[in-house]
Design a protein around this ligand. Structure first.
Ligand code: KG4
Ligand code: ZN
Length: 351
């Protein structure tokens, strides 16, 4: 990604996006209650465009402004989706707080507890790369763009696609963080192992230039398996931690999965297997609401509006709101997790 280009594209398109959204919804600016925009965390050059535009829109229309945390928005989207189910099937079902969330994207790998709209605890997070980043960088090195059917896919999508016909046990990858009995993630080691494996296979098969190594499907399947195994294991330990600390109601255990990597069906079904074994219900927004989207920001605005939490009314206070490149979602419980030294009796197996 070229950051100044991203900023220019944001600036060029924001006006039209807002105008079209208002036109399509049939709602005028006067009729809306408040303006919500992502202010943290993320790339400053892009964040600043939406934040400043949103603030100006709120000030001009004399509406309150609601600053949104990007990861909170990913985690809460599922509450909007399940509400829709109520309306369609007249089924009474609501994703009540508290629940466990696994957020996996190009920039994040987080296990959090959602206590309420504005209270979160971190159970584990990555010490280096995010899984989406590991998939994207791996896909680039594998030159997956040169495979016609993968040319327009994201790295994660391309690896999932090719892995469908590969053997997930063809190549071994090291287990990250196995020495630490916590829920911390690390994907840099897996990525480096993949890069080393590709170099070795390229030599072995005498592959040069833009050509693809013959065992590409097995490599993708094994890499995807290793990433999934790491996600499943740390989530399993997080479930045991919740159990020890009594953080979730035993009669209503929920795991919410979201973020761009949550589009991956292999990862979804492995986590489904974990949830079936541990008595959790797995909840996941549809793929188009897992990847970054504006709807999740609007929904988070609704949640905060209903709770009247973090709604800024004062004009001077709105003007003073600033973006934040980094901003933890809540209190970090990593040390508490580690202090328990949780040993897992039996890892959940998946294929
Ligand atoms: O949440 P997102 O849209 O953006 C942020 O990073 O915040 O996530 C994008 C990431 C990319 O790394 C992309 O490779 C990954 O989501 N992704 C997938 C799949 N579709 C998108 N990863 C695995 N399997 C997929 N099917
Ligand atoms: Zn995101």
């Amino acid at each position: 990604m070229v950051r100044p280009v991203a900023r220019r594209l944001h600036a060029e398109n924001i006006e039209e996006v807002v105008t079209t959204a208002l036109k399509r919804s049939g709602v005028s600016l006067e009729e809306i209650d408040a303006v919500a925009a992502t202010v943290k965390p993320g790339m400053p050059l892009s964040l600043v465009v939406g934040t400043e535009y949103g603030k100006q829109l709120a000030l001009n229309a004399r509406k309150p402004f609601i600053p949104i945390h990007h990861m909170e928005a990913h985690a809460l989207t599922v509450r909007m989706v399940e509400q829709l189910i109520i309306e369609i099937n007249t089924r009474i079902f609501w994703v009540e707080f508290p629940f466990l969330v696994l957020l996996v994207s190009g920039g994040h790998s987080l296990l959090v507890l959602a206590h309420s709209v504005d209270r979160w605890s971190i159970i584990g997070q990555t010490v280096d790369d995010a899984p989406g980043e590991a998939l994207d960088k791996g896909a680039r090195r594998l030159k997956l763009r040169n495979i016609p059917e993968c040319s327009s896919m994201s790295g994660g999508q391309a690896i999932e696609h090719l892995a469908k016909e590969g053997n997930p046990r063809a190549y071994d990858f090291p287990t990250p963080m196995w020495k630490y009995r916590d829920c911390t993630f690390s994907f840099a080691g897996l990525k480096h192992s993949l890069l080393k494996l590709i170099t070795k296979l390229e030599e072995e098969y005498e592959v040069e230039g833009g050509n693809i190594i013959p065992p590409i499907r097995d490599v993708c399947a094994s890499y995807q398996y290793a990433i999934t195994k790491h996600l499943v294991r740390q989530t399993q330990r997080a479930m045991v931690y919740n159990d020890i600390r009594g953080l979730l109601p035993k009669e209503n255990l929920k795991l919410v999965l979201s973020g761009g990597v949550a589009c991956n069906n292999y990862i979804r079904s492995a986590l489904q297997k974990l949830c079936e074994t541990t008595g959790y219900q797995l909840l996941c927004p549809p793929p188009r609401l897992c990847t970054d989207n504006g709807i999740m920001i609007a929904w988070n605005g609704m949640e905060r509006w209903k709770a009247q939490s973090g709604v800024i009314y004062d004009e001077e206070a709105i003007k003073n709101i600033d973006i934040k490149a980094k901003c933890p979602i809540g209190v970090d419980l990593t040390e508490d997790v580690r202090s328990l030294g949780i040993k897992i009796q039996k890892w959940v197996k998946f294929r």
